[in-house]
Write a protein that binds this ligand. Structure first.
Ligand SMILES: Cc1ncc(COP(=O)(O)O)c(C=O)c1O
Length: 411
């Protein structure tokens, strides 16, 4: 699935994601990080981690950044630091990677889903409102929101900035405030994405809007480590201190454990590599936006038989993925694969219908938008180093496929 090199042209071989080229381009700087760490043997924590944390906090418009070993842990530690108790309910969407909900369960909480918006693929604030107003009641005496049927305490909301576009945060934050809930952003796919807050009349960065936010540096992400890594950002110093403690066996001082924590620290080699790559992230995100806008233009010819991503006026997306909707997805992917073009599906089975969540007792039909999009979505090749000719070739193949079809998706 990977291009051998930018110059070894087989123009028909277009991977879904090219992880080789950027690492070859930065090889010297990346290897210098390894040499530096080998010379001081500071493998865990230390100045390189602290430096990256400062840099990434600034990049995300947040006061604090806590480096951890995955996006999943960043979410889990944020929930724990926010004070989640066993059996509490955290609300999220069924159209996300399972890590979002794994972290909820692993923090001891119960998962509640609300559907996504059909155009943005992110949490629909109206569905959130409906859930809070019809399925829950707010006790003004205790300040708690209680789920009517289960009597569980609802404590938080996790909007997922999926595919690199932020969720519509103003109404979500307003509902959270009204119902006394925390908001933890799942920004694992949205490093550098922006949201225009009408309320504050200002653009805001993913990772700066909630009580905390989680980022993944899994290699394929917009900012990827050379292995596993993640970070939580926050503007709340107590949250930052708590998350630091949780990532390091519950200790703020060596061998003085205030709570039981985890081994969830960020390696200094990964932090050093991330610092090297962070310098290029704004440029890489801009390249992704250019590819996306060009794909939009090229694919507009196929209007009616393909649904391209919609960038809502309140978001500047960073196109972690470029996701289209087609009918007959299998044939579509087959036609592209035959032409040497890689594609992906993010994600084929909604979480509420996964075997792992049978115990939640959701059923088919509970989240119609998610269920409608899941069988139709396909991710096209998207990475900063995608060339103009590769982009055109992908678009031409998509147009060719669409022209061969008479039916249209039911969007
Ligand atoms: C939306 C979302 N949430 C959470 C995660 C978890 O991140 P990690 O793989 O670093 O644990 C990912 C990563 O794939 C993701 O895409």
């Amino acid at each position: 699935m990977r291009r051998k090199s930018k110059d070894m042209a087989n123009p028909t071989k277009i991977p879904f994601l090219d992880l080789v080229t950027p690492h070859q381009e930065l090889q010297e700087e990346l290897l210098a990080v390894v040499k530096k760490v080998f010379s001081n043997a500071g493998f865990i924590g230390g100045p390189m981690v602290e430096e990256f944390e400062r840099e990434f906090a600034a990049f995300s418009g947040a006061k604090y950044c806590v480096g951890v070993n995955s996006g999943t842990d960043a979410l889990r530690f944020a929930f724990m630091a926010a004070g989640v108790q066993p059996g509490d309910v955290i609300i999220t969407v069924p159209h996300t990677f399972i890590a979002t909900t794994e972290a909820i369960s692993q923090a001891g909480a119960h998962i509640a889903f609300v559907d996504i918006h059909e155009q943005t693929y992110t949490m629909d604030p109206e569905k959130l409102r409906e859930y809070l107003e019809t399925r829950c009641e707010f006790n003004s005496r205790t300040g708690e929101t209680i789920e009517r049927g289960s009597k569980r305490r609802v404590v938080g909301i996790v909007p997922v900035h999926l595919y690199g576009q932020t969720a519509d945060m103003d109404p979500i934050l307003e509902l959270a405030e009204k119902h006394n809930l925390f908001v933890i952003e799942d920004a694992c796919q949205a490093h550098g994405a922006q949201y225009f807050s009408k309320k504050d009349n200002a653009w805001k960065l993913a990772g700066s809007m909630g009580k905390a936010a989680a980022f993944s540096f899994y290699p394929g992400k917009n900012l990827g480590a050379c292995g596993e890594a993640g970070a939580a950002t926050t503007n709340d110093s107590a949250m930052a201190a708590r998350m630091k403690m949780i990532r390091d066996h519950g200790q703020a001082k060596k061998y003085y454990h205030d709570i039981e924590g985890y081994n969830g620290r960020l390696d200094s080699i990964q932090a050093g590599w991330l610092s090297v790559k962070l310098k290029h992230l704004a440029k890489w995100n801009e390249a992704r936006r250019t590819h996306a806008h060009r794909y939009h233009e090229l694919l507009s010819e196929a209007k009616g038989s393909i649904v391209v991503p919609v960038e809502a006026p309140w978001t500047k997306g960073v196109y972690h993925l470029y996701v289209v909707r087609v009918q007959d997805r299998e044939a579509f992917q087959g036609a592209l694969a035959e032409a040497g073009i890689g594609t992906g599906i993010h994600y084929p089975i909604p979480l509420h219908l996964q075997k792992a969540y049978e115990n939640l007792n959701y059923k088919k039909g509970d989240f119609p938008v998610t269920e409608r999009v899941a069988p139709e979505i396909v991710s096209l090749p998207m990475f900063p180093q995608l060339s103009e000719s590769q982009r055109s070739e992908v678009a031409n193949k998509v147009l060719e496929f669409c022209a061969s079809k008479v039916s249209t998706p039911n969007s």
